[in-house]
Each structure stands twice: as C-alpha cells, then as structure tokens.
Ligand binder design. Structure first.
Ligand code: NDP
Length: 288
C-alpha cells in the first residue's frame, strides 16, 4: 500500500516569506515606508509570549515594522481600547492584532470589535467575518487561510468534494468551513454534539481536524485516498518526561490510508504566522 504525501507547511511558509520579503522591498521603495504590524499582548502567559516573539521575528524576516506593545496583566479595558484607537489612527500601522487569550477581567470580543476592519490582521472582526460569509474580498483569519493556501499549493481539488470540518470555533472551524464552501466543496461541520463522528468523517474527501484532542481521528475514521489536514496542537509528555507537540490525528496510523496528510508540527501551524504577514502586506497595499 502507498503512504500519504505530506503537506509541508514549513517549506511553503519559507517560500512565501521569501516572496513577501521581495514584495515588501519593492513596496517600500515605491511608497516610502514599510508595512507595519502592531501586536498587543497583555499579561505574561508563556505560550502567548512565545507566539508573539515568533510573530515579531517573522515580521523582521520579511521587513515588516513591528510595533509590539506588552501590557501588564492588570491593564484596564479602557487603556487597551485607547491603545487600539491610537493604532487605528496611526498611518504607519497596517495591521493590529490582540494576542489571545486575554486575562479574565478583559472582554476580548469588545476589544476585537474596536479594531478598524481594514487593519484587522487576524480577520476576526465581525465585518471581516461578514465579508467571508458573503464571499467578498477582505481579511481572512490566518489559520483557515493557511489551510486553503496549503491545499492550493499541492493542487488539491476542493470543488465538488465532500469536506468535513471537525470543530466549530470562530477562530478555526467556522471560517475554514466557510472558505471550503467558497471553494465549492460540500461542507459538513461536526462538533462535540455530533453523534457517530466516524460515520461523518469516513465520507470525507477532505477532512479537517480542529479540536485540540490527541488521537481523536483514528485510522478507521479516514476514507482511503483522502486529504487529512490536522489543525490541532496538543502538548504531550512521553515516558521520559520530554514534551512534544502532536495534532488531533493519529499520524502513523492514518499515514498509510490518506493520500495527503499534514504533519504536526510543520503543517498548518507553520502557515499561520506567514498568513498574518500576508494579511499585513495586503492591508498596506489596499491603501494605494
Ligand atoms: P476550541 O476549543 O475553541 O474549539 C474546539 C472545537 O472542537 C469545538 O467546536 C468543540 O465542539 C469541538 N470538539 C471538542 N471535542 C470534540 C469531540 N470529541 N468531537 C468533535 N468535536 C469536538 O479550539 P480552537 O478551534 O481554538 O482550536 C482547535 C485546535 O486547533 C486546538 O488544538 C488549537 O491549539 C489548534 N490551533 C492551531 C492553530 C494553528 O496555527 N495550527 C491556530 C489555532 C488553534 P463544541 O463547539 O460543541 O464545544
């Protein structure tokens, strides 16, 4: 039997970053300034801090100016809203993103709603989610856009295929389902209340797992010859006490069954930051 081809998000992300760097250089020459991204982080969640460092490093790689702002955990909603107002009116800033999750006393939805939709680099503002639903151009959320870009890179046909998305969060599951629908797939969205998950997933030509549960997708749940995209990120500790990242898919069991499969890490996760850079450059270029 054959073995699934890996969808190499890491390699694609590197190629895209090289292209973005060229594009940024040209845009800077043409318009006299580089694109800018502001990342707001509140408190000191170590995982968030690592994500923010990654994003800032990626900005540097492609020549985007990053306006990082790190606030103490006790920062008020009003202070953050004022900061967003300032960034909305700052011509050097093309993208604004709030690193989630925020400390409990803050209302993240209210805050995201303050970001100007044209600077909403994460694509989570209701205006951009509305544009997505309407199939209008707009900023698309990064992880879902990264999944679609990865499928396109491997010339995977989506039109007319059965797509099953497991997970329905506003961050991942729902927007991926909308993008697949926009690409003319027949889309099923499964979630924690879906009985007999495996009856649904077995019919999928394209299966997207976006749950956050190790080994949720087993070999029996996968249609032979299908495309399996693993969005999940789970940190697990092995017998020796070492920790590593795994997805939602039982990788080694599914690899002989699927035609295409994303590794974790090095699959979807590697694409997310690159799509953020892509969105920032897109916002910038919309101004001219
Ligand atoms: P959420 O916890 O917000 O959503 C999880 C979804 O999975 C919910 O819709 C939930 O259903 C559903 N679910 C939970 N248990 C089951 C089950 N047993 N069967 C079917 N569905 C189930 O997570 P996110 O959407 O934010 O993230 C999902 C995963 O993707 C996480 O592992 C996260 O770390 C990862 N992630 C990866 C990114 C990347 O760049 N690769 C970026 C963002 C997230 P219900 O709605 O009914 O509760």
């Amino acid at each position: 039997s054959s073995i699934a081809q890996l969808l190499d998000g890491k390699a694609l992300a590197q190629r895209m970053q090289a292209e973005l760097a060229e594009q940024v250089k040209a845009l800077q020459k043409q318009h006299g300034r580089a694109p800018g991204l502001a990342v707001l982080m509140v408190g000191d969640n170590p995982a968030s801090a690592a994500y923010v460092r990654n994003k800032e490093r990626a900005c540097q790689t492609v020549g985007i100016v990053s306006f990082g702002t790190h606030f103490p955990a006790e920062t008020t909603q009003a202070e953050l809203e004022q900061t967003i107002w300032n960034l909305n009116h700052d011509d050097r800033v093309d993208g604004i993103l709030v690193q989630l999750p925020l400390p409990d006393h803050l209302d993240s939805v209210a805050l995201l709603n303050q970001i100007h939709p044209d600077k909403d680099a994460d694509g989570l503002h209701p205006t951009n989610l509305g544009r997505l639903v309407r199939g209008e151009p707009g900023l698309r959320s990064c992880t879902p856009a990264g999944v679609m870009r990865l499928l396109a890179e491997y010339k995977i046909d989506v039109s007319g295929r059965q797509a099953v998305v497991v997970g329905r969060s506003i961050l991942v599951g729902k927007p991926i389902a909308m993008l697949l629908l926009e690409a003319d797939a027949t889309v099923t969205i499964a979630h924690s209340r879906s009985p007999d998950l495996s009856a649904l997933t077995c019919r999928a030509d394209i299966l997207i797992a976006a749950v956050g549960r190790q080994n949720l997708i087993t070999a029996e749940m996968v249609k032979p010859g299908s495309v399996v995209v693993d969005v999940g990120i789970n940190r697990v500790t092995d017998g020796t006490g070492k920790s590593r990242l795994v997805g939602d898919v039982d990788f080694s069991a599914v690899q002989p069954i699927a035609a295409y499969l994303t590794p974790v890490p090095g699959g979807v996760g590697a694409m997310t930051v690159t799509m953020l850079l892509h969105n920032t450059v897109w916002s910038y270029s919309q101004k001219f």
